[in-house]
Design a protein around this ligand. Structure first.
Ligand SMILES: *Cc1c(COP(=O)(O)O)cnc(C)c1O
Length: 416
């Protein structure tokens, strides 16, 4: 195991965010003043809870017995052979309860909500994964749960709507704007401003107003903490490179955070390239965005020359968002984390390859990082290690994949 270099100068990570939630120029609290008290209270209760051994023990026990942590670190031998370069390892967040990394954060925030004496939680959801995770955690603790979801997304993800209903959550359709995720966020904020006394808003990614980027990253950083032990035990060293997909940025931040001070580890975030980097056709904020304020914080935003938010597109709903968590913007500018993107076509191809080589069906979001690995591993040598975060499983995406491949259910051939 390499010695941790412990040089805060290298990343400044111990200096950010400041008390107003700024990571360098990014982040902040761009919200109505009625929410400021609730946000400061949330931050304080969160910090107290994380310093309380009783709270931490309860959370850890639930992560183990309810959520299914720690997740394995798996050597994808056939995929590595196929690529003919680096040894590819997969962090298996796809094996978690409700199907993705999101439950780790949703459960953490529900516990904080309970600690604050709140009786009701609300959340926004796009594909439905964060809604399902929040509904499950709320059911587990008997809290009332309301999920805001764009009408268009509800139609696309009807199965997840029903899963939320089964967990006792009410799903409110949002008919404003494009009727997708960003519109659901606006509606959830409206609810929160009105009901802030008894309600906590469980934000689903490391974005939005302070302290959410901090809180969500802290909960998700368990991914990297598990990896540090797994690297030591299974590899005897750190990997040469780590890559993860970036929507809001929570699975990537949780995966990278522990290793930011390890200069020998290269880090790459992979965004949604959609149909290519043409305005309105993708969600690669670092490839086509610029500084702006959107939904609570300052970060890279996809916007037109007048500052209007652009339409976005990705085959994966979970990456289809016009802004990105402020901490990513900060490390991107500092050059500590590099960012690339994968297109829809590359993602569908990569999904088929992982299925065929390893018998693992990844979420379309996570497959962006797999697509990157397929390109990157052949450029590396056989004694090098590339670790990929598989943030979720692809069961929810089977319909989309069939559609992308132009396959209809009646086309499925039977064995003679
Ligand atoms: C929601 C989701 C993402 C994107 O969110 P991040 O906050 O960027 O992690 C990625 N993968 C899966 C499986 C998801 O459900």
């Amino acid at each position: 195991m390499e010695q941790s270099s412990q040089t805060p100068e290298h990343t400044d990570r111990f200096c950010v965010p400041n008390e107003l939630g700024f990571y360098g120029p990014y982040g902040g609290m761009f919200v109505p003043e009625t929410l400021m008290t609730a946000l400061f209270e949330f931050e304080q209760v969160f910090k107290d809870a994380m310093a309380d051994p009783v709270f931490v023990a309860e959370y850890r026990a639930l992560l183990r017995h309810y959520v299914g942590r720690p997740t394995p670190l798996y050597h994808a031998q056939r995929l590595s052979e196929y690529c003919g370069g680096a040894q590819i390892y997969l962090k298996r967040e796809d094996l978690l309860h409700t199907g993705a990394h999101k439950i780790t954060n949703a459960l953490g925030q529900v516990l904080i909500a309970k600690r604050m004496g709140k009786t009701r939680v609300i959340a926004e959801t796009g594909a439905g994964q964060h809604g399902v995770a929040t509904a499950a955690a709320a059911a587990r603790f008997g809290l009332e749960c309301v999920i805001y979801m764009g009408r268009v997304d509800m139609r696309r993800q009807a199965l997840n709507v029903f899963r939320m209903n089964l967990f006792g959550a009410k799903v409110c359709p949002v008919d404003s704007g494009q009727k997708i995720l960003k519109d659901a966020v606006n509606e959830a904020m409206r609810d929160w401003v009105t009901n802030v006394r008894d309600t906590h808003y469980v934000v689903g990614s490391a974005l939005g107003t302070h302290p959410f980027p901090l809180v969500v990253r802290e909960f998700q950083s368990i991914i990297g903490k598990e990896l540090r032990e797994q690297y030591k035990e299974q590899l005897g060293r750190l990997p040469d490179e780590m890559a993860a997909c970036v929507g809001g940025g929570s699975n990537a931040m949780g995966f990278f955070y522990e290793f930011l001070d390890e200069p020998s580890v290269r880090m790459v975030g992979v965004e949604a390239g959609g149909h290519g980097i043409v305005e309105g056709q993708h969600a690669a904020r670092f490839a086509g965005g610029r500084m702006g304020v959107f939904q609570g914080s300052l970060s890279y935003v996809l916007q037109n020359a007048d500052g209007q938010i652009n339409m976005t597109h990705s085959v994966s709903a979970g990456l289809d968002y016009a802004s990105v968590g402020p901490e990513h913007a900060y490390y991107r500018d500092r050059g500590r984390i590099e960012y690339g993107y994968a297109t829809d076509d590359e993602v569908i191809e990569a999904l088929k390859i992982l299925c065929e080589k390893e018998g693992i069906l990844p979420a379309l979001e996570s497959t962006h990082a797999i697509a990157y690995a397929l390109k990157r591993a052949p450029q590396m040598s056989k004694d090098q290690i590339l670790c990929i975060n598989v943030s979720g499983r692809g069961d929810k995406d089977v319909h989309t994949v069939m559609e992308s491949l132009g396959i209809k259910p009646e086309d499925l051939v039977e064995c003679e």
